[in-house]
Design a protein around this ligand. Structure first.
Ligand code: 13P
Ligand code: SF4
Length: 335
């Protein structure tokens, strides 16, 4: 796996036409494979998948599936999580170079050193982490259950929250706890969706709802804007990608400003075609998610690659923290 911000050349040369779709479906049938796609995948990949959803929903589906093979159209840590939960299954990712800058923000060694500075603290790690970090973790969380996970920890226990500083700030605010230490990691895509940009868009669209992923640099600004009355509080919704789809079905707004990776717009437009969904930052595209091209998916199914492996001891330690995550919080947003 490679996940530094270097130039990566995706597999190309295949159009996602009807012949492609037919071959993908037939090969998936022959391999007894279930196709899972994250909400940030390109529209063709989302549409061919058996299930599209957020990371929590897809973890749950991977764990419960009867299929012997899981083809995970997402980034490497997501496929690794599926393997941790279902070690007996073959887990394929169409391009193992699809990493994650957030997962790269903390290593197992860094987490061990941090724990040594805070003996007795409970470690909560966002699911965007490597298997090695999960193995050092007490409870994993995703954006849809991070607040519930931290709320489940006794008030007097210190909490180490990693690796995302914006999600950590959101959890700290929502739980009102001051004994949470937050690691200073970030996702380069979400950190690039900033407060001034959001304020400008909100001012130009005063009736719009704001759907904001808690990893965004603008999440704090959105609450600040609400606090000072620039945007009505009820219009600011801090949501996981799956919860955005539910909120799209429920809102009365005609326009929604969406602060997350732009692949999200596809599911939102499918869920509520009558609403005008606009990206707060149209350049917020995750190059790792977009490594999963139609050509990469076909290669994966034809050749049975790239297979994801997690060593058994790490997987066993990581599984306990992931299972706690799956047990806590709302059912995730998957279709
Ligand atoms: P969700 O947990 O909301 O699906 O987000 C995953 C992710 O990678 C965000 O960038
Ligand atoms: Fe990782 Fe950010 Fe891409 Fe999500 S959008 S997979 S956090 S790099």
């Amino acid at each position: 796996m490679t996940s530094t911000l270097q130039e990566l050349t995706p597999y190309t040369g295949i159009e996602p036409d009807a012949a492609w779709a037919e071959e993908v479906r037939e090969l998936a049938r022959q391999r007894d494979a279930v196709l899972l796609a994250h909400n940030y995948q390109s529209p063709a990949i989302q549409d061919i998948a058996d299930h599209t959803g957020d990371s929590l929903a897809l973890s749950r589906i991977a764990a419960a599936s009867d299929a012997s093979t899981i083809v995970f159209c997402g980034v490497h840590f997501m496929a690794e999580t599926a393997k941790i939960l279902a070690p007996e299954k073959t887990v394929l990712i169409p391009d193992a170079r699809a990493g994650c800058s957030l997962a790269d923000s903390i290593t197992g060694a860094q987490l061990r050193a941090w724990k040594a500075e805070h003996p007795g603290a409970v470690v909560v790690s966002y699911v965007n982490t490597t298997a090695e970090v999960k193995a050092e973790t007490d409870i994993c969380c995703t954006s849809s259950n991070a607040v519930d996970v931290v709320a489940s920890i006794p008030e007097d226990r210190e909490v180490l929250f990693c690796p995302d500083q914006f999600l950590g700030a959101h959890v700290k605010r929502e739980t009102g706890r001051d004994n949470i230490h937050v690691w200073a990691g970030e996702c380069h895509v979400h950190a690039g969706i900033n407060g001034p940009e959001l304020a400008e868009r909100a001012a130009a669209n005063p009736d719009a709802d704001l759907f904001i992923h808690p990893e965004c640099g603008c999440a704090t600004s959105a609450l600040y804007l609400a606090g000072e009355g620039t945007v009505p509080r009820e219009k600011v919704k801090i949501l996981s990608t799956g919860d955005m789809v539910h909120a799209a079905r429920d809102t009365k707004a005609k326009t929604v400003l969406v602060a997350t990776e732009i692949g999200m717009l596809h599911q939102l437009r499918k869920a509520a075609p009558e609403i005008d969904f606009r990206a707060v930052n149209e350049r917020a595209s995750c190059r790792y998610m977009k490594m999963i091209t139609p050509a990469a998916l076909l290669r994966s199914l034809r050749e049975g690659v790239d297979e994801v492996h997690v060593d058994l001891e790490t997987a066993a330690r990581a599984r306990a923290s992931v299972q706690r995550m799956i047990e806590i919080g709302q059912p995730g947003g998957g279709e």
